[in-house]
Ligand binder design. Structure first.
Ligand code: IPD
Length: 304
């Protein structure tokens, strides 16, 4: 077995184990009166004992199995640890992506386990235990739902009906936990711009700010997997973190989608630490065509 296959198998087993812990904790959350804390004094940025427990489990399993590997995890960072991102194999983990959903029992919650080697994301596992949806990928070997269903779901056979304009796109975004006036009004305005005009407008026309619909489900990793599946066309978020996106980025790439950061398509691969992400599904109007990619990026910049 070559090493990325081994790493993928390791991550899948771990994600399933964590998924069971998350489900059990969710089922028991009223009877056990489990504690919810806020991070950085922000009442919109929450952490539970289950986030911490699951992250500790993943961290200890990584240490046990691959002592020379590095680890970056949401709750470890929140506890004040600094990390150095190197060429060494590095596990980038969100134990519960969608913590607010988890607290409420809103079933869009995932454990997200990504691995980078030479700073490149090469293995990704995102598991939603509530819906029993396991998304997996390793570089160069495709992306799958529940092991056997290749992503994207209906592409290329039969071909997806490609939207010819943003007016035919389903867009996903999130409001995140930064509720400062300036950030929130930018995010709300971007949604307003996406929704404000009726009728079809071409990708390249200025301020073609209208999408068919805008969704927000509360987990960046699952949002990106939705784009990888082809359930929606575009996801953008400004303010989420490397642990929210690394695993899902491998799945998106392997499903033929692309992710760019705010800098643009010619700036090389997306910076996973950049905290500005825009994902586009395979077969979308900008896929493979540099001019339309550029015009879409321009458009999203205008929306933002
Ligand atoms: C959050 C979720 C949410 C996104 C935030 C993330 P968490 O992750 O992905 O959808 O809007 O930016 O931080 O805190 O639930 O792990």
């Amino acid at each position: 077995m070559n090493s990325t296959e081994h790493y993928l198998e390791f991550a899948i087993n771990l994600a399933k184990q964590c998924g069971q812990i998350i489900l059990d904790a969710s089922n028991a959350r009223y009877s056990t009166n489990s504690k919810i804390h806020s991070k950085y004094g922000n009442q919109s940025d929450l952490v539970t004992e289950t986030d911490q427990l699951v992250e500790e489990l993943i961290k200890s399993k990584v240490k046990e199995s691959f002592p020379e590997h590095r680890f970056i995890g949401e709750e470890t960072m929140a506890a004040g640890y600094k990390h150095e991102f190197t060429d060494d194999p590095t596990w980038i983990v969100d134990p519960i992506d969608g913590t607010t959903n988890f607290i409420h029992g809103f079933p869009f919650v995932a454990v997200s386990i990504g691995l980078t080697i030479n700073k490149e994301p090469v293995v990704g596992v995102v598991f939603n235990p509530f819906l029993n949806e396991l998304y997996t990928a390793r570089k160069g070997h495709g992306a799958f739902l529940n092991h056997t269903t290749r992503l994207p779901l209906s592409y290329p056979n039969p071909p997806l009906q490609l939207p010819s304009s943003l007016a035919k796109c389903l867009v996903i975004t999130e409001f995140g936990s930064d509720r400062s006036d300036i950030t929130l009004s930018k995010k709300v305005n971007s949604v307003h711009n996406l929704l404000r005009k009726p009728g079809a407008v071409s990708w390249s026309s200025k301020k073609a700010g209208l999408a068919r619909g805008v969704r927000s489900i509360g987990s960046a990793a699952l949002n990106i997997c939705s784009i990888a599946m082809g359930r929606a066309d575009i996801f953008y978020e400004f303010g989420c973190w490397e642990w929210d996106v690394t695993a899902a980025l491998v799945i998106l790439n392997e499903a033929g989608g692309i992710m760019v950061s705010a800098q643009g398509y010619d700036e090389g691969p997306v910076d996973i630490f950049g905290r500005k992400y825009l994902a586009i599904r395979a077969g979308s109007p900008c896929d493979g065509d540099k001019d339309s990619k550029q015009s879409q990026l321009r458009l999203v910049r205008e929306i933002w």
